[in-house]
Structure formats: structure tokens, C-alpha cells
Design a protein around this ligand. Structure first.
Ligand code: SF4
Length: 468
């Protein structure tokens, strides 16, 4: 995914940007960067890899040397950023949360214009540099951002640090959020509102899709009105978002409780305990347990002292190993019991299969798995993910291939919960994972739990309904 944070203050803002950016560490694992501006020191910037360490450790030595009353920071799941450029719009720094699905086409467009790219990212051009070049084509920042909205397919939310303030531009369809926070003498702009409370910011405004705002230390103003259409990612509430965060005024954890409660209402299963697969299943499990009045227990303890993050290693086999090593099953809770387990989603199912095997080895009687969203049948074309989401990796595609004896890229019948093929697919996944029972959330119930109209949400993962 990636996430960003910025602050502009009447005083120095370096500490706020440092800690505010750190609160986005769950959104990316590859690169992080900070950029500040002060009248005396001009632009200052640092970028580090996160592949062998955490944001706080990597940047704590830089912090003492930074100075500025405005700055931006980014945790990136892909490219090195923020980018610092000099153009006819002045010198400015850019951070993005983006996926540019048509990046090759745009690269070619610039090549035809004999333009050069200075940065690379994973063997290709750096997407944030490309966005900076599109912005610099405008006669001003707003028309440059409009240029990005018109040309980029995928998604792109932008923070721009200029000599005169910060400009925040939310993705044209609002797939990712931007929220303004306010405190005495300072404003912040953030992907995650969980960055606000400990830095004493209050939520001031949720940017609409395509809305552009300029911020100074004394206030903010609208540079571009929001668009009507919105396709905010539903997965933010199901999995990606941090529990205390709000998007569109809707809290992540409360939404997860509602997801769990909806699953419980559709369930007649008896059990001795309810549990969440740590960490993303916990909120859903609390909601299920409260609705069903079955006690919430902790059959796994997460060993956090040396395994603090779930997807730090870049290679999938290593990530699976880390995921297994850090969850320790507790036989005292598990042995001879019937458990209902909640998880946010099933992507490949590999980790879940390991978890289920551990439960059986610890002597569990029944493993009932309840999933907070419908089966993932369509890969995401709009956001960048650490989690593998290619078609063939998906547990749904594997199950359909087993059922049909061949690859089937058209899963429309299988994604309709009223179609018998859906039930055959779920049964196949259940068998593959060695579960006593398996149920997925219905899409209508997920939409209800989030509480926005369906046409304002991207639900493409489950029904292939979204658009560029
Ligand atoms: S396809 Fe899925 S993950 Fe991607 S934006 Fe839509 S809901 Fe989010």
C-alpha cells in the first residue's frame, strides 16, 4: 500500500512528522523518506530502505540535523520517495500513495518528448518521479495535479511540500484517504488518523475524492472541489487500516466489530470459544463473540519481542516462516475444544493452513473458520500491495482449478453467493485447509458493516465491479 503524513506549524514540526510518519509503518516495507523545508536551511531530505530495519531506527540519526516548520514523510511499499525536484513551479518535494497501472505508456510518452528520468524503482521508472514530472507540466500546481488525474490509471494520492506550504491531493476516485488534523499552531495531513491522537491533532476534515487542499500554519483552503464519484478501498476497513483510524468518518475497529457480528448472526454453530487470527482477525472476533455470547479466548499468543512485524521479509517463503514462528499455540485453551476462528480474508491460505495444522497438533476438536469478507476472486488493479494478489496465487483460483481440472480466469459464477458454484468453491477451500467448517461474509453484509453506499466503495476484490 504505502502511507504518508505531513505537518505545517508555527514552530518546528520535525518531531511531529517523524512520529506521524512512523504511525504508517504497517502500510509499507520497502522504503521510507522525510523531507522538510525551512527558510534558513531550504529543503532537506533523507530516504532509507526498510528491508533491514524499522523506520524509527533508520531515521533517528537524521532527525537531529533536520529543521523546518513544514515537512512530509512517507512509508513506501515500492519506490524511494519523497522526490525533490526543481521546475518552473519552483523547488518542491512530492510523496505519493499510488499505483500507476499504465506506467509504461506514460514512460513512453515522456521518452517521445525527449525527457529524462533520474530515478529507478525495481528496474522501472520511479512512479513518484513520474508524478512529479506530470505535476511540473501544469501552469500551476492545480493544473499539474489535474494532469495526473487525467493521465494516471490506477490510483494516486499526493502530498507536495513547497516553499509556501503543503498541498494535499486525494486520488481522483478517493481509493486512498487523506485527512486533515488540527491543533494549536499546527495542521497535519495524513493517510491514517491513528497518527493524530498522540500528537494532539484532532480530525478537522476528510478530503473528498479528487479534492485538493493547500495548507499553511494558519489555515487551509480548497484549491479543487471534490468529484462526485468515489471508490474508496473497502479493504482498508477489513484489513489494511489501523484499528483506531477513521476513513470517511467511519472507525476501522467498529467496522470490524460489525463484520464479526454479521457473521455471528448468520451462524448456528456451537463452540467453546471464539478467537481472532492475530492481528487482523481480532476486531472481527470481538464483534462475533459479543454478538454470539461465546467467550473470546487467545489460543495463540503472539511472540512480539523479536517478531514485531508480519511481512517484513521480502520473500514469501521467509514471510510465511516468520508468520508461523511468531504465533505460539496454547494447548491449555485448545485441547479437546471447539473453536470459532475469525480472520480478515483468505489470500493464498498458506499461513492459515499452517495455523490449522498447529491447532490439530495441539489437540483441537473442531476448527470453524469465519472470514470477514467474501472470497477474493479478482486481483487488485488499483493499489499496490505487499500481499501477493496475482490470480493464480489466490485460494479461490486454486480451488476452482481443482474443481474444473483447468485454470478458469472467469470467476463470475463462483463469486455469486447465490450460485451453487460458489458453495462448491467454498467447500473445496474448506477441504484444502482441513477445516471443520468455513463461511465467508456476504458482500451486502460487508457493505452494511462499513456503512457507505455500495457505489461509493470499491468492492472489486469480490465482484470485479470497479473501474479506472
Ligand atoms: S480491488 Fe480490493 S484492494 Fe483494490 S482498491 Fe478495490 S477493494 Fe481495495
Amino acid at each position: 500500500m504505502s502511507g504518508f503524513f505531513g505537518s505545517i506549524s508555527q514552530d518546528d514540526c520535525v518531531a511531529d512528522v517523524f512520529y506521524g510518519t512512523d504511525y504508517h509503518s504497517h502500510l509499507g516495507t520497502k522504503r521510507a523518506g522525510l523531507a522538510f523545508y525551512s527558510k534558513t536551511k531550504g529543503f532537506q531530505r533523507a530516504i532509507h530502505s526498510l528491508e533491514d530495519g524499522y523506520f524509527r531506527n533508520k531515521f533517528e540519526n537524521d532527525i537531529a540535523g533536520f529543521k523546518g516548520n513544514m515537512g512530509i514523510g512517507v512509508i513506501s511499499d515500492t519506490e524511494a520517495q519523497p522526490i525533490l525536484v526543481t521546475s518552473h513551479l519552483g523547488r518542491f518535494s512530492v510523496a505519493t500513495v499510488s499505483k500507476i497501472a499504465n506506467i509504461s505508456e506514460l514512460e513512453e510518452r515522456f521518452m517521445k518528448m525527449h525527457r529524462t528520468f533520474a530515478e529507478t524503482s525495481q528496474g522501472s521508472v520511479n512512479p513518484t518521479e513520474l508524478v512529479a514530472m506530470l505535476i511540473a507540466e501544469g501552469k500551476d500546481f492545480v493544473s499539474g495535479i489535474e494532469n495526473v488525474y487525467n493521465l494516471v490509471k490506477g490510483s494516486c494520492s499526493i502530498l507536495i511540500l513547497t516553499e509556501n506550504g503543503i498541498i494535499a491531493a486525494r486520488d481522483r476516485l478517493g481509493r486512498t484517504p487523506i485527512v486533515i488534523g488540527k491543533k494549536d499552531k499546527a495542521y497535519a495531513v495524513s493517510f491514517e488518523t491513528c497518527a493524530f491522537p498522540n500528537l494532539n491533532y484532532e480530525i478537522e476534515k476528510y478530503l473528498g475524492p479528487g479534492e485538493v487542499i493547500s495548507l499553511t500554519s494558519s489555515g487551509y483552503g480548497q484549491l479543487r472541489k471534490p468529484n462526485e464519484k468515489m471508490q474508496i478501498c473497502s479493504f482498508l476497513w477489513v484489513y489494511y487500516g489501523y484499528p483506531p483510524s477513521f476513513y470517511e468518518g467511519i472507525n476501522v475497529d467498529e467496522c470490524r466489530y460489525k463484520c464479526g457480528a454479521a457473521l455471528a448472526k448468520n451462524d448456528t454453530n456451537e463452540a467453546d470459544f471464539v478467537a481472532g487470527i492475530p492481528d487482523s482477525g481480532i476486531g472481527h472476533a470481538i464483534g462475533y463473540s459479543n454478538e454470539k455470547k461465546i467467550p473470546l479466548k487467545r489460543p495463540y499468543a503472539k511472540y512480539t519481542p523479536t517478531w514485531p512485524r508480519s511481512f517484513m521479509p521480502q520473500n514469501q517463503a521467509m514471510r510465511d516462516l516468520v508468520a508461523k514462528m511468531k504465533l505460539i499455540p496454547n494447548k491449555a485453551i485448545i485441547k479437546d475444544k471447539r473453536g470459532i476462528f475469525l480472520d480478515d480474508s483468505i489470500v493464498r491460505g498458506t499461513q492459515l493452513k499452517d495455523n490449522v495444522r498447529d491447532l490439530h497438533e495441539a489437540g483441537i476438536r473442531e476448527v470453524h473458520m469465519r472470514i470477514a469478507c467474501p472470497p477474493l476472486t479478482y486481483p487488485c488493479e488499483f493499489l499496490n500491495f505487499s500481499r501477493s494478489r496475482s490470480n493464480l496465487d489466490l485460494a479461490t483460483h486454486k480451488a476452482v482449478e481443482q474443481l474444473e481440472g483447468k485454470e478458469n480466469m472467469d470467476l463470475s459464477e463462483y463469486s455469486d453467493s447465490n450460485n451453487p458454484k460458489y458453495h462448491e468453491m467454498v467447500e473445496q477451500i474448506r477441504k484444502n485447509l482441513n477445516l471443520t467448517s468455513l463461511k465467508f461474509q456476504k458482500l451486502d453484509d460487508l457493505v452494511k458493516a462499513i456503512g457507505l453506499p455500495k457505489d461509493k466503495l470499491c468492492t472489486h476484490c469480490w465482484d470485479g465491479s470497479s473501474y479506472f
